[in-house]
Design a protein. Structure first.
Length: 99
């Protein structure tokens, strides 16, 4: 666990927890406003959460070559998360321009 400093670990863990909290907050926001399309944003955020967990796991075990697959998983889930978030954001656009 000594691959990262304690402050860096704090930032990594806080970011993962913050992202999970944001997913829950967006879900609650959509339910409260009765706008189910917000669930797509929350769902699209999950690959980025997996990406962050993969990065933290790799660092937890001191970045071993045996776990290089986690780096590939992290990169892939980041890409998929970005694409999914773009599609979900596009879904929030109104079908017709408001007058």
């Amino acid at each position: 666990m000594h691959a990262l400093s304690l402050p860096t670990w704090w930032i990594h863990i806080a970011s993962v927890l913050e992202w999970a909290l944001a997913i829950m907050a967006i879900t609650f926001w959509g339910e409260r406003r009765d706008e189910p399309q917000w669930r797509w944003i929350a769902l699209a955020m999950l690959p980025a959460l997996v990406s962050a967990m993969a990065a933290c796991t790799w660092h937890l075990f001191d970045n071993p070559d045996a776990l290089k697959g986690l780096v590939v998983l992290q990169a892939f889930t980041t890409l998929m998360g970005n694409v999914a978030l773009a599609a979900a954001a596009w879904n929030l656009l109104p079908a017709e321009p408001q007058p």
